[in-house]
Design a protein. Structure first.
Length: 135
């Protein structure tokens, strides 16, 4: 319930803001914090292993599964460049090895992905067919 206190969330916000200020990779740390927030809210991404060697991959919104790029646009699955997924993968492992620089194209892709992920799980108006355009 929205009005109930959530100590786990408050701790994430408090420690996360401090971590972002002191991190040499503030953008990637921001991705980490938002993925942790998704986990607290019940729809975190599983560790599906390292990104593929292909130029692109796909992530299924329903359970966060990593898939081959040709599955994008089916069953609420969104296409993502492998370089953008590498940032997500880095946040699941060694936070001291987060990428210091994330190029603008990957930042746009990560922002779109996080927006779609949160919308999919929090906004009941978003249906699986919404992702058909993201092939």
């Amino acid at each position: 319930r929205d009005e109930e206190p959530n100590p786990q969330l408050m701790q994430l916000l408090s420690q996360g803001l401090t971590a972002m200020e002191s991190s040499p990779a503030p953008y990637a740390m921001g991705i980490f914090l938002r993925l942790q927030l998704a986990a607290i809210m019940g729809f975190g991404l599983p560790d599906c292993g390292p990104p593929p060697n292909d130029l692109a991959c796909a992530v299924r919104m329903t359970d966060g599964s990593l898939m081959r790029a040709e599955f994008a646009g089916r069953d609420a699955t969104i296409r993502m460049t492998t370089s953008a997924y590498r940032v997500i993968y880095a946040t699941m492992h060694d936070l001291s090895a987060l990428p210091v620089h994330v190029n603008e194209a990957d930042q746009l892709e990560l922002e779109a992905f996080l927006s779609a992920l949160f919308s999919y799980h929090l906004d009941r108006r978003v249906v699986s067919r919404t992702f058909d355009v993201m092939r």
